[in-house]
Design a protein around this ligand. Structure first.
Ligand code: ZN
Length: 99
């Protein structure tokens, strides 16, 4: 889970979850109000995790699972992924770029 690099405050799951879906680089610590940035590593991990349901979908299609079943599994997969993303949320004091 995310921890502030400034005051070492551990962010709650719900706060991290909310911040995840604002899609902003800059997020503010609820405790010390300092600007924090999502670390490069965390972004990489989260994008990998987000791809898991897609891979499962390809597998299911390969094994000729009916499309309505695939859709239901996909929906559940994406919900589970969204709920687990705050656990991969890590912060950094400085803005890190992809390249
Ligand atoms: Zn803080």
């Amino acid at each position: 889970m995310a921890q502030c690099n400034n005051c070492k405050h551990n962010w709650s799951w719900s706060y991290s979850f909310k911040k995840l879906f604002t899609f902003k680089d800059e997020v503010y610590c609820p405790s010390c109000k300092s600007a924090q940035y999502v670390s490069k590593k965390a972004r990489n991990h989260m994008s990998m995790v987000a791809m898991v349901p897609m891979l499962i979908c390809f597998l299911l299609i390969t094994f000729s699972v009916p499309p309505n079943v695939v859709i239901v599994i996909e929906l559940i997969g994406y919900i589970l992924v969204s709920l687990s993303l705050p656990y991969f949320y890590k912060l950094s004091n400085e803005k890190e770029y992809f390249f």
